[in-house]
Design a protein around this ligand. Sequence first.
Ligand code: ATP
Length: 496
Amino acid sequence: MAKKKASTPQSFQRISVASGDGIGPEIMNAVLDIFNAADVPLTYEMVHMGKHWFEQGHSTGMTEDAKDSIETNGILFKGPMETPKGKGMKSLNVTARKMWNTYANRRVFKTLHGVDTVYSKAGIPINLTIIRENIEDTYGGIEHMLTRDVALGRRFITREGSRQVHKFAFEMARKEGITKVFCGHKANIMKLTDGLFLDVFYEVAKDYPEIKTADIIVDDLAMKLVVKPQDFQMVILPNLQGDIISDLCAGLVGGLGFAPSANIGDNICIFEAVHGTAPDITGQNKANPTALLMSGLMMLRHLGIMKQASIIENALLYTLEKGIHTGDFGDKSVTSKSTNEFAKAIISNLGQVPKKGKAKEMENSESLFKKPVKPEIQKMLTSPKLEKEAILGMDLFIESEKQANEIAAQVKLKLHPGLKLVMISNRGTQVWPSSSIFTECVNQYRIRIEGTKGLRLNDTDVLALATLLSKSLKICSVEMLNLYGEKRGYSLAQGQ
Ligand code: ATP
């Protein structure tokens, strides 16, 4: 582990730094050069993470030393990282966010003078924050092939995970003077998952009465962001929708070169650019370091290093205002700068102040950040148990190429009088007891069985029934039909 800038360690906060893959080392060097020139009071502990470490046999893509360093320092400043493809390895970028529970991904998109866009030319200012839930959703990465033709992915949305991200967002809104917060979702289709995310949004919002709230279906949000981006100050979204919408927002302010992000958790925080490793321009000294630099500025402010953050931000804005640019943006009639030249221009402009959009000059403050204290055990996020919780039945996923009525006849023969076959669906559409002859099927059905006359089941009953039916059906998976209070914990089939 290489150590940089060890000279005055006492007042210097120690952070872990991973340069990353692709353009990562080029842009990280540029940013650290700017930080050093501005006398940023940080000590950098360089850690080993990325493609090379996967290839060396580290299944998570990082060494134990790297993990120890990050868990001790609590702050990781990282470049983009590549995960070797086709070897079943999980993305290191996602693993890092998930294993250290950085539940909120804050991405800020602002009009930058000197970075021309359709909106800046039309005089439409953009200052928009996306808070993306960072742990759950399809990023749980739970996928199975149920049959040779049918893949099924699962999507986690949890009450307490949602609460963490909504609370963070409202706290941030209060601190930044944001007057209206939107929750983006697709709860009209995903009633239980996105429905839960939305319920918790409104529950948390009650503690912030001064902030206006609204919810918006994500497809409508995508359209409105393009048509009237100035109407939005902050939008909170589940993980996958947040990922897609934030790339859209990057496009509004000039592209991925200007999209910084902070992954915030209670113990560990990770600061990184939104863009990836840009393999098409790697090693050419032409990558734009602005997004990583702006991520670094979010990190400095998180650590209370306000003074250097505003000096660097003003130097960056002044440089952009002067029309100095890398190849991915700016006036094409003006020769573009290399990554190094662009960084040098910012360094030479330290102390300068832009005409427009000047960063507020502030003195360094006490860091809000506290070094992580290792807990004895992993924290359990849970809400109070409900009085009434019961199992009403089961969904049995089977592989079959038969017609639904044949399957129904087969199942009914095996059920005792306390149980009834409620419906059979294929790809989520009901195909028994009623359906359309035009509904096309694949070789995987879901059979829903429920207790009659208020009969409640337990997990042993469900497994015994699955075992009984497995004698005549090929079972792929079993799911409980739960009741929580008065609420059904499962969705109806389309057409049920
Ligand atoms: P990855 O697989 O790591 O996500 P990618 O190429 O799929 O890589 P990005 O790295 O985000 O995705 O790149 C998308 C496009 O944006 C590429 O054409 C790339 O060159 C460009 N790009 C990304 N980051 C920068 C940057 N910092 N400066 C200039 N161009 C960039």
